[in-house]
Design a binder for this molecule. Sequence first.
Ligand SMILES: *Cc1c(COP(=O)(O)O)cnc(C)c1O
Length: 381
Amino acid sequence: MKFGTKAIHAGVEPDPSTGAIMTPIFQTSTYVQESPSKHKGYAYARGANPTRNALQKSIAALENGKFGLCFSSGMGATDAVIRLLNPGDEVITSNDLYGGSYRMFTKVYERFGVKFHFTDLTSIENIKPLINSKTKLMWLETPSNPLMRIIDIKACTEIAKKNGILVAVDNTFASPYLQNPLDLGADAVMHSVTKYLGGHSDVIMGALVVNDEKLYQDLAFIANSCGAVPGPQDSFLVLRGIKTLHLRMERHCFNGRKVAEYLKGHPKVGKVYWPGFSDHQNHEVAKLQMKDFGGMLSFTLKNDSKENATKLMESVELFSLAESLGGVESLINHPASMTHASIPREERMKNGLSDSLVRLSIGVEDVEDLLADLEQALAKV
Ligand SMILES: *Cc1c(COP(=O)(O)O)cnc(C)c1O
C-alpha cells in the first residue's frame, strides 16, 4: 500500500462484534478470563488494549516497521529507549536537541551513570573520535529543533553498524510522511505523536517503531514494567488524526515553502532556517532523505534583540503564541524563553540559538492569511 492508503487503512479493521468501521474506544482496565490465564490475548490494560494495538499497528505501517509501541508522551517513548542502557554506557547525540530530551539526558540519566556526548552531528567526522567500547546508542534528531539542522541518517547508521551501536531517530519534525529512518538503516524511530501524527493539538503521546523482534520485546517489557502507556481515548483520537496525515502534510509543506520564501525576501528578517533553501546546510542530504521540507521553520530579525522578537510575537493575530507544533493551526514560539529555556543561555548561544530566534509551526490555513498576518506584525517591529 502507498502512504495515503496506509494512513487510512493500516492497522484498523471493522470491530468483529458489531461491524463498527471505526476502532472502538476500549475503555477498560482489565479483561474477564474464562479460566485462570485463559483469555483472548488481553489480561490487563497496562500490557495491552485493543484501541492502542490498532494505533501501534498503524504507526508501525507508516514507518515501514514491523512493531509499534505507544507511550503516554514523546518523552515516555524516549525514556524507554534510554532504559535499555546500563550505568557506564555512552551515548552520542547532537548539540541542538529538543530541550526536553537534553533535560532528560543531563538531569535524569547522567545521575544514573549514563554518559552523553553532545556534538555537531551535521558533520559525520565528529562521530568517530567519540566512539569507544562503551558507546551503545546514537540518538539523532533531524530536522533539528529549532534550527532545522539536517543530519545524514544513512551515513550515521553505517558508522554505527560497524561499531555495534544502536541508532534511534527522533522523527517528530519530519513525520513518517516525509522521512522513514528505518529504511535508512536506523534501529528505532521515535515520535512525539503529540505533534504531526495527532495533528490537532489535543493529545500528548509518544511512539516507537522498530523492526527487530528482540528489540521490540525489550522495549515492550520496559513499557509494561515502567508503565508509561497511553489511554484508549487518546489512542482513538490519534487513529482519527492519522487518517488525514498525508493531506495535512501536503498543505504544511506547501504553506511552509511560501512562508519561508516570503520571510527570506523581507527587509526586516535576518536569517531564515528552512531545509528547502539550496543554501541551507546539508540541503542535499535533506533532499535525499526527505520527501519534502515540511512546515517548520525559524528566523531571526535583523534588529537582533529579544525585545524585537517579543514585539513580533505579541503582534501576530492569526498565529498563536504557544509551545508545540504539528497541529492544523499555525503557532509562533520563542525558543530561548519557551521550548529551550531549560538549556543554559551560554550553551544556547554557542549552538546558534540566539535571543531573537522565532520558530514557526506553519498550519494548514490559507497561506494568504498567514502571510498577511506576518506582514502586519513585522510592520510593528
Ligand atoms: C515535543 C517533542 C518531544 C517530546 O514529546 P512530548 O510528546 O511532548 O513528550 C520530543 N522531540 C521533539 C522533536 C519534540 O518536538
